[in-house]
Write a protein that binds this ligand. Structure first.
Ligand code: UDP
Length: 265
C-alpha cells in the first residue's frame, strides 16, 4: 500500500506537455494559473491568507512565526517539450543534436518566465534561475542562492535543464533535487501515474500504486529516461508521478498525500 509522507522540501517537475494542456498554443494560461494557485495554497502565501486573523493576533503577541514548520518549500523544474524537443528535431536541415538541445533548453526558459509571471500575478514570490547565464533575463543557477531563496519562502524555478545537451529536464529535476536536498521529485504529467500499459489505448491498463526503481528500469516503464531514474535511485530520491490536470493534485503531492504512483527503494 502507498504510504503518505510529510514532505518539507520538494522538487516539482512540470513537463512542457503538461503546460500545454489542451490549448492550441504552447502554454495554457489556465494550467499555469492552476499550478500557481495550488503552490500558493501550501506555501507561506496560502497558509498566511487562510489564517490571517489568527496570525495577526499571534504576531501582535510578538512570538515566533507559528507556521514555519508547516510550510512547504517548493522548487520547480520546467520542461520544454511543448515548444521544442531536441532529440526529435535533430537532423532536420543540418541541425545537429547539440544545437537542437540548446534550442530545447531555451524553450524551457520561455516556460519558466511564463510560469513566474503567473505566480507573481497572485503574489507568490519567485526566482527563475537558469543553468547557463542569461543575466538580463534571470539569475544564474547558484546552489546556495537557490537554497536561500527557498528558505525565505520563495519558489525557485529552475530553467534551461542541466545546461548541457544530451540531457533532459527529468534529469535536471533529479539533479537539482539532490543538490538542494529536496526530499522528493514530484513529476506532474497528464496521466494518473504509471500504468502497466498505455491507458489511452488499453482501457484495462492498471495503475501502479508503488514501484521500485528496479521495476521501472527492468520493465522499461516510460516514467523518466534512464539517466534521470538512475540518478534518483543512486541518491535515494523517491519519485511521485501524478496527474496535474486533476484539481487539488499538485497541493496533495506537495503535502505528501497519496496521489499517483510512488517510485522508491
Ligand atoms: N534539454 C537539454 N539538456 C537538459 C534539459 C533539456 O538539452 O539538461 C533540451 C532537450 O532538447 C529537450 C528540451 O531541452 O528535448 C526540452 O526538455 P524536455 O524534453 O526534457 O522537456 P519535457 O519533456 O519535460 O517537456
Amino acid at each position: 500500500d502507498k504510504p503518505s509522507y510529510k514532505w518539507r522540501r520538494v522538487l516539482l517537475k512540470v513537463s512542457g506537455e503538461a503546460l500545454a494542456g489542451d490549448h492550441t498554443q504552447n502554454i495554457d494560461p489556465k494550467i499555469t494559473m492552476a499550478i500557481a494557485r495550488e503552490v500558493a495554497s501550501v506555501t507561506r502565501l496560502g497558509i498566511e491568507a487562510s489564517l490571517k486573523p489568527l496570525l495577526s493576533f499571534m504576531c501582535s503577541m510578538a512570538f515566533f512565526s507559528p507556521l514555519e514548520s508547516s510550510l512547504n518549500l517548493v522548487a520547480i523544474v520546467v520542461g520544454g517539450g511543448n515548444i521544442f524537443r531536441g532529440s526529435s528535431r535533430a537532423g532536420c536541415s543540418g541541425l545537429d543534436r547539440s544545437s537542437a538541445d540548446y534550442i530545447g533548453m531555451l524553450a524551457t526558459v520561455m516556460n519558466a518566465i511564463f510560469l513566474q509571471a503567473t505566480m507573481e500575478s497572485i503574489g507568490i514570490p519567485t526566482r527563475v534561475q537558469t543553468a547557463f547565464r542569461m543575466s538580463e533575463v534571470a539569475e544564474s543557477y547558484i546552489r546556495r542562492r537557490a537554497v536561500r531563496h527557498l528558505e525565505k519562502g520563495r519558489v525557485v524555478i529552475f530553467a534551461a535543464g542541466t545546461g548541457n545537451p544530451f540531457f533532459t529536464t527529468d534529469t535536471a529535476a533529479a539533479l537539482r533535487c539532490a543538490e538542494i536536498n529536496a526530499e522528493v521529485v514530484l513529476k506532474a504529467t497528464n496521466v494518473d501515474g504509471v500504468y502497466d500499459d498505455d491507458p489511452r489505448r488499453n482501457p484495462n491498463a492498471r495503475l501502479h500504486d508503488t514501484l521500485t526503481y528496479h521495476e521501472v528500469t527492468s520493465k522499461d516503464l516510460s516514467v523518466m529516461d534512464m539517466t534521470a531514474i538512475t540518478l534518483c535511485q543512486e541518491n535515494n530520491i523517491p519519485v511521485v508521478v501524478f496527474n496535474l490536470t486533476k484539481s487539488g493534485n499538485i497541493a496533495k503531492a506537495i503535502k505528501g498525500e497519496r496521489v499517483g504512483t510512488l517510485i522508491g527503494g
